[in-house]
Design a protein around this ligand. Structure first.
Ligand code: TYD
Ligand code: MG
Length: 451
């Protein structure tokens, strides 16, 4: 077979058919190099296995149920889709200092119960890891620490140790001989991920890769890693609070809707199984401009407090939105302005979801509008009332999914009344204590809350 070569950029990994002085994708000068097409690193789409295979009939394929195991942290298991899958490659992303190393070191204690775990660190010394492990009270005997940054050497160690789980902290500090560029460059990160992926698929070992997220919220430049791994989890939270939220951006073995909520304490991360109580803990009573709703995060209903403030604008009216999609929030403000007597278009408007939660569920629309209206008219929304419903452009309130589940959660936390979409009423079989206030449009909802 004729040996073909291809050219690729050592900075961003972009492939071109011929040599160029400047990469068209990332604009770097003199970064294009030639490489045989069969070499790893440059061809990320190369097959996972190195062995050549013949096509097999679908019906003859082994079903081979995926084997799951618990990480010992139920919140993490939930986001992974019910535990981690053997032989999978999980990317664990997040801003520096958010608690990635803490979480993965913490789960070692449980994982070591059944497996040998190799924790590779390219960031900290063995001593630092030891100190952290003491703080987290990790006593596992078959946890091995390796301070190393060469992917080739790490995999050589793995061959002899044959661990069931490898944790790589972090992928940005790793380098592989396959690629000439510096550690942390996209080409290098891609090449190393490729090495770990091959190893995990051939040995059945589960690999957790830690990846730092840069300011733009992407792991190492382009989203190239996301396509290579089985699961991508992001660890989020504000540095000023102790609460952290884990969500899946991609999951080959489960849904991406589930979130995990954690609290960072002196002895590590603790899962929070009832986030609603925590999110509502500091809610002001009898204050205008706040409204509670219940959103579905995957299969779990979570109560969230939304706050709204409308202030006289000194220049062009500004909108500041935290925790909601900006466009959707603007749409809700426009609906309030056009469809009701609340004239908010010339005000500065601030909308905030408490607790660092990011809401995508349209069931929160009604609460968002009500809290802005309450901020405008100065009338507090009763503290035992919540509102659920999607709001359409004509001001109609549309039905919400999983309403019974949401209402039960609200009831659990002591809510007595709930504004619900009238459209939901027909099918609703709610026998609980909570009083339902059906509304078919914004006008009805505002009247029932404020009169
Ligand atoms: P770390 O896991 O090192 O973050 P990452 O690996 O994502 O960069 O977390 C560092 C922060 O967590 C640091 O500010 C100290 C804090 N921390 C605790 O509050 N409690 C703990 O038990 C540990 C180990 C860390
Ligand atoms: Mg770290």
């Amino acid at each position: 077979m004729k040996q073909k070569t291809l050219f690729y950029c050592t900075e961003c990994g972009n492939e071109t058919p011929k040599w160029e002085g400047r990469c068209r994708a990332c604009g770097a000068w003199n970064s294009i190099v030639e490489q045989p097409k069969t070499a790893s690193g440059s061809t990320a789409s190369a097959s996972v296995s190195c062995v050549s295979r013949a096509p097999v009939r679908l019906s003859e394929l082994d079903r081979g149920e995926e084997i799951r195991f618990s990480t010992g942290m139920s919140e993490l298991d939930r986001v992974l889709g019910g535990g981690a899958v053997r032989g999978s490659l999980v990317l664990f992303g997040g801003a520096p200092g958010i608690g990635k190393s803490t979480m993965l070191l913490q789960i070692c204690q449980e994982l070591c119960g059944t497996d040998t775990v190799l924790y590779v660190t390219g960031e900290e010394s063995e001593r630092q890891i030891r100190m952290r492990a003491d703080r987290l009270d990790i006593t596992a005997d078959n946890l091995y620490i390796l301070a190393e940054t060469s992917a080739d050497d790490i995999l050589a160690s793995a061959e002899t140790l044959s661990p069931g789980i490898i944790i790589v902290d972090s992928i940005q500090t790793m380098y592989s001989e396959d690629t000439a560029s510096a550690a942390g460059s996209v080409a290098q990160v891609k090449a190393c991920t490729m090495r770990f992926m091959r190893y995990s698929k051939s040995s059945g070992c589960t690999v957790f890769l830690i990846g730092h997220v840069n300011k733009e919220g992407v792991i190492a430049g382009p989203k190239v890693l996301e396509h290579m791994v089985d699961c991508v989890l992001y660890f989020e939270g504000e540095r000023t609070t102790n609460y952290r939220i884990l969500r899946a951006a991609k999951n080959r073995f489960g849904s991406t809707n589930e979130i995990g909520v954690f609290e960072m304490l002196d002895d590590g991360l603790h899962g929070i199984s009832n986030p609603s109580a925590l999110l509502l803990a500091e809610r002001p009573v009898n204050a205008p401009g706040t409204c509670v709703t219940c959103v579905m995060e995957g299969s779990r209903p979570i109560l969230a407090e939304i706050q709204g403030l409308a202030a006289a604008a000194s220049g062009n009216p500004r909108r500041t939105v935290n925790g909601f999609d900006y466009t959707r929030a603007n749409m809700m403000i426009a609906i309030l302005d056009k469809r009701t007597a609340y004239k908010v278009s010339s005000n500065d408007i601030f909308i905030n979801v408490i607790g660092g939660l990011t809401i995508e569920d349209p069931g929160a629309d009604l609460a968002m509008i009500l809290c802005v209206a309450s901020g405008m008219n100065g009338k507090p929304i009763p503290s035992d009332l919540l509102a659920i419903g999607e709001v359409g452009l004509t001001g109609e309130i549309r039905s919400a999914s999983h309403l019974e589940q949401r209402l039960r959660e609200a009831e659990k936390l002591g809510f007595k009344r709930c504004v619900v979409p009238k459209a939901n009423m027909k099918k609703l079989r709610m026998t609980g204590e909570i009083e339902l206030i059906p509304a078919s449009n914004l006008f009805e909802a505002l009247r029932s809350v404020f009169s």
